[in-house]
Design a protein. Structure first.
Length: 454
């Protein structure tokens, strides 16, 4: 018997739900270990099942729901939140995250948001329960967070959906192609796609997205980084009071590092200390559970190490290495740097955001693995606004050379900050497309083609 299109679709969604359930059961020992060892997930499990506090949306008001996976996406959401609140004052604004770090940053830094909660598991009965409580008129997904059952439920309930700052990386594209028939059906439930680049837009369309729903708006990351002095006094009065570095002291900041990268940084730092004994290294591990491990690595390498949370206020660190064991401070600490290494790039992990140090005009070094930020990394390299290394040995040579070459540092830093400023504007284009889904009386929504300025 030949199956109808509706029956085929139902079977695909059923298989998806079964596979995600099997994956959850298979990974449950890991989740239990993380809960016991690091106290992760224990406080969020009920919300992930769709049980939000009764006070969350007590009056059942209509809302806009933004989903931001982790810290980076939350900071991008901050670039939109105030504008959305101003444009839609009668709608509540809610934000969900997947990670604990994202949750902490959202609660601390997004005062314009009416509520923050953990993203639910993507099973139909759970997402229906969450939608009934949140009552969104618009569901906004940061980057390419595609959740089939949630999007299907939104379509059935008349909730508009949009992907903003979307991207399809070179690594993920072949994986999506393997499930193209199902993925094409899922994409049909999304009303609009705001993509970072022409390449990502082409990949998305080839996977089955309706080209009429796809617009290249550019990267919202350029708009999400705050200009120096955007919040007068706050950075220096709060964060930098724990790192009162004297003028002329060499500071190497290694941000968002992953396992294996700290050893490379410490080795290069050891060479730097031979000629600049007063130099300071700030290590910021990407994963909070590794703070202790990284502090131990620094001490085993022969350095005096201390955690940021143990620093006295209004005093210069006397240690050789400071491990940044706080959430949400790295972006401000970049302004202290003589040179910056952005992690997740020496290991094959896709890289991390290089715009945060760029806005402060800092010379940036990253490794060969920048798949998650390919377009941005290519633009920086084309404009001599950053240094890419291909190996650990190249890293040693590059970072040591930068520390001893102020002219090169200044040239790289100036080009980096200029590139950030030249490519702002994705926020306005994104808001214009949102206005097409939730019309604003008396306002036009003209979206012009995007071109990365080089």
């Amino acid at each position: 018997m030949k199956l109808t299109g509706r029956q085929t679709t139902s079977i695909m969604y059923l298989l998806y739900s079964i596979l995600t359930l099997v994956a959850f059961v298979g990974l449950s020992p890991y989740f239990v270990y993380q809960a016991i060892r690091y106290k992760k997930y224990t406080g969020s499990f009920r919300q992930r099942l769709g049980f939000l506090p009764l006070s969350f949306n007590f009056d059942g008001e209509a809302s806009i729901w933004i989903h931001a996976v982790s810290v980076g996406e939350v900071l991008m959401a901050r670039a939109l939140a105030a504008d959305l609140k101003e444009r839609y004052p009668r709608l509540r604004l809610f934000l969900s995250t997947t990670t604990i770090g994202g949750q902490q940053i959202a609660r601390r830094n997004l005062q314009t948001v009416d509520g923050v909660f953990y993203f639910p598991f993507d099973w139909t009965f759970i997402v229906r329960r969450t939608l009934a409580l949140v009552k969104p008129q618009l569901f906004i997904m940061m980057e390419t967070e595609i959740w089939p059952n949630l999007l299907r439920a939104c379509r059935r309930q008349g909730v508009k959906t949009i992907v903003i700052n979307g991207r399809i990386s070179q690594r993920s594209y072949p994986r999506y192609r393997l499930i193209r028939p199902f993925f094409r059906r899922v994409l049909a439930d999304v009303d609009r796609f705001c993509m970072q680049s022409e390449e990502s837009a082409r990949r998305l369309i080839s996977l089955g997205a309706d080209a009429r729903r796809v617009t290249v708006t550019g990267s919202l990351k350029f708009d999400s980084v705050e200009r120096p002095g955007a919040r007068p006094g706050q950075a220096r009065d709060r964060v930098l009071r724990f790192l009162r570095v004297s003028p002329g002291r060499t500071v190497l900041v290694a941000g968002s590092t992953m396992r294996g990268e700290e050893t490379v940084v410490l080795r290069a730092f050891s060479t730097i200390k031979q000629t600049l004994p007063g130099a300071l290294c700030v290590l910021a591990p990407r994963q909070p559970e590794r703070f202790g491990e990284v502090e131990r690595l620094a001490r085993e390498a022969g350095f005096v190490a201390i955690r940021r949370s143990e620093l006295p206020i209004d005093a210069e660190p006397r240690a050789d290495v400071v491990v940044l064991d706080t959430i949400g401070e790295l972006a401000r600490i970049y302004q202290l740097a003589t040179a910056v290494f952005v992690g997740g790039s020496l290991m094959d992990l896709g890289g991390h955001n290089i715009l945060e140090p760029a806005i402060f005009g800092k010379p940036i070094v990253f490794g060969p693995h920048m798949q998650n930020f390919r377009e941005i990394a290519d633009a920086f390299l084309a404009n001599d606004a950053a240094v890419q290394v291909q190996s650990e040995r190249d890293f040693d040579e590059a970072i040591i050379a930068l520390v001893h070459d102020p002219v090169r540092r200044n040239r790289l830093g100036a080009a980096a900050s200029a590139l950030v400023e030249a490519n702002r504007g994705a926020k306005d284009k994104t808001l214009a497309i949102i206005a097409e889904l939730l019309p604003l009386p008396g306002r036009s929504a003209i979206v012009r083609p995007f071109r990365l300025v080089q």
